[in-house]
Design a protein around this ligand. Structure first.
Ligand code: PMP
Length: 295
């Protein structure tokens, strides 16, 4: 925070800041994975996350001029302080508006927080359709990773919990699939992996881009096109894709139990896991090792 390692209890911002009173911030979620042999911790797609953070800040008129190298080194500084052998890490860089009002005289600060993560693959989950929607791009763009989008996601999760669902899929104003509360939707239909493009109301997902690259090398057809709710409901398999979610198989979609074995999704998930753990190199899976302090 403010360019320095800061203790948790000292990481404060003022209650009158636009970050608080108008929710003015943008953020990222980034994963650090230990290599399969435990030799080093690597950050997945660090540059891609930096670039999306920069785009979110630009769209939200939050000044952010930090170079990639400086951002990367700030992540390294925090990771080195927190990393422990048996846990992966999740980093949350957030750009807050700490001064200024209504977009005038805005001053921002970049704060990076980090949390330990269990090294385990996601369990299959039950997912429903929410009555809450992703708004149109002209109202609240899903392309901007801003907390405002998560206010809708939060309502959807509250709605889902009451119905026994672990996560919820949000539709766009046209009634087609947008995304889940913190991940994108992938379906398998007739041997193809299909996902809605960002103009359908989803974040420009880095995980989906990785899946696209894995599909290309595995020889699995991959397509971005709109998906109607009824098409998802009769698909051969569904999974949620995101940095924190990784690739989580949907076991039950609303009332329908999906087939237990989904070979295509299993192959992709196995490949994803092997690549992020550094077992197999892949051109589309960018791992940045965290260097020792004196290098
Ligand atoms: N949609 C939403 C709303 C998300 O929060 C996320 C997670 N960042 C995603 C999609 C997936 O994006 P990514 O694969 O880049 O993590």
């Amino acid at each position: 925070m403010n360019g320095r390692l800061t203790r948790w209890e000292d990481a404060n911002i003022h209650v009158t800041s636009e970050a608080l009173i108008r929710g003015m911030s943008v953020f990222e979620g980034i994963k650090g994975y230990w290599r399969h042999d435990g030799s080093e911790l690597c950050v997945l797609a660090l540059r891609e996350h930096y670039e999306r953070l920069t785009r979110s800040a630009l769209l939200q008129h939050l000044p952010f001029s930090m170079a990639y190298e400086e951002f990367r080194d700030a992540c390294f500084l925090l990771i080195r302080k927190l990393m422990v052998k048996d846990r992966d890490l999740w980093l949350r860089p957030t750009i807050f508006a700490v001064e200024g009002q209504w977009g005038e005289f805005t001053v921002t600060d970049l704060v990076i927080t980090s949390y330990h993560q269990d090294k385990k693959r996601p369990a299959p989950m039950d997912v429903g359709f929410s009555t809450w929607q992703r708004p149109a791009d002209t109202a609240l763009s899903a392309r901007i990773k801003s907390p405002a989008n998560y206010q809708i996601g939060r309502l959807a999760r509250i709605e889902g919990r009451r119905q026994g669902f672990a996560d919820m899929i949000l539709l766009n104003p046209a009634g087609r699939i947008a995304e889940a509360t913190g991940s994108c939707v992938l379906m398998v239909r007739n041997g193809r992996v299909v996902t809605p493009p960002p103009h359908e109301g989803c974040l420009e997902s880095i995980t989906v881009n990785i899946v696209e690259g894995l599909c290309a090398s595995l020889g699995i057809p991959f397509e971005r096109r709109p998906i109607e709710r009824t098409e998802l409901a009769v698909s051969d398999g569904v999974c949620l894709a995101g940095t924190l979610m990784e690739l989580g198989r949907v076991r039950k979609l609303e009332a329908r139990t999906l087939p237990e074995s989904m070979p295509i999704l299993e192959r992709i998930a196995d490949e994803f896991w092997a690549c992020v753990r550094g077992e197999r190199p892949h051109l589309g899976v960018h791992l940045t090792p965290v260097p020792a302090p004196d290098t």
